[in-house]
Write a protein that binds this ligand. Structure first.
Ligand code: GUN
Length: 307
């Protein structure tokens, strides 16, 4: 696909947005998660350096159980990103037979470790472990995933707390194109605790009118066609097609699926939808890198708040 950085075209208002690129064959502009991440990570690096100079290098512990292939890749990327920006990382890998009691003891030790400011337990967990109990065992002050019930409550009430990284990354992408959510109709496809529900809360906080759709929603297309903004976060390839999108809508694709050739793709029929949307995020190179960037952001925040 041929894309060109904005700025090479005659100037329009959107040409001023540094993270959007235009594909010359379509009307939509790409919101580039890789480029936006680079900029945000540079800012984080300065904060990390200042903490390190005071002997308070931010530290992230990542716990992985079993050998789920996708989880292994996610965890590897998270640890590599920490290394790249100067965050101390600790990867704890266990067999999927680890008992819940042992896992809870490990979390307790990390809660008490002064070198660790953030704790992330990679999900999903094996069936014999109660994931919610594990999440609740993480100290809220180290809950950089934003999954603890107290973080969720803080988001719901608009008080201080960690925001889940994927929807937070989506909000940063909207900020990067100066998208004013006030009074806009946002449709979120998906109601997970990790993305859909917190995404809806964040959009609501910015005064959007929010509709949450899920597997029991009737007439999904009727709802998405009314939307100014659509966030697809349901893990179903091609859940959003061109005929379901109002011309000029903004589309954020949180999906991570594989096509029949094994190639990474999102929840959105990118080729079709990008013919009608005004902005769209690609997969790969869209929301994915932003999730990791916001994890780094939360870890730095956790270290700063402790000191
Ligand atoms: N599994 C899929 N996404 C995530 C995430 O953002 N955090 C954790 N801990 N597990 C995940």
């Amino acid at each position: 696909m041929k894309t060109q950085q904005l700025g090479a075209h005659p100037a329009t208002a959107s040409d001023l947005l540094p993270f959007a690129t235009r594909d010359l064959t379509m009307t939509s502009q790409l919101i580039n998660g890789v480029e936006l991440s680079k900029t945000l990570r540079q800012t984080l690096q300065a904060r990390i350096q200042s903490l390190t100079e005071r002997g308070q290098t931010p530290g992230l512990a990542v716990i992985l159980l079993g050998d789920h292939p996708a989880s292994q890749v996610y965890v590897r990327n998270k640890v590599a990103a920490c290394e790249q920006v100067g965050i101390h990382s600790l990867l704890e890998k266990y067999p999927d037979t680890l008992s819940e009691t042992e896992l809870l003891l490990n979390i307790k030790a990390l809660n008490e470790d002064p070198k660790i400011h953030g704790i992330l337990v990679q999900l999903p967990l094996p069936a014999h472990i109660d994931a919610q109990r594990v999440i609740e065992a993480i100290s809220p002050s180290k809950d950089v995933d934003g999954f603890h019930i107290s973080s969720a409550g803080a988001l719901m009430t608009g008080t201080k707390g960690f925001w889940p990284c994927t929807p937070y990354g989506c909000m940063k992408m909207l900020e990067s194109i100066h998208y004013d959510l006030k009074g806009k109709h946002a449709v979120v496809i998906g109601r997970s605790n990790i993305v859909g529900k917190p995404m809806a809360m964040m959009l609501l906080q910015k005064n959007a009118t929010v509709t949450i759709c899920h597997s029991h929603t009737k007439n999904l297309a009727d709802l998405t066609r009314q939307a100014d903004l659509i966030v697809a976060a349901v893990g179903i390839r091609n859940v959003l097609t061109k005929d379901m999108v109002k011309p000029g809508a903004v589309v954020l694709d949180v999906g991570m699926n594989r096509d029949e050739l094994g190639k990474l793709c999102g929840d959105v029929d990118f080729a079709g939808v990008s013919e009608v949307s005004s902005y769209i995020t690609p997969v790969p190179g869209g929301v994915g890198p932003m999730t990791i960037t916001m994890l780094l952001h939360n870890t730095v925040l956790a270290a700063e708040q402790l000191n």
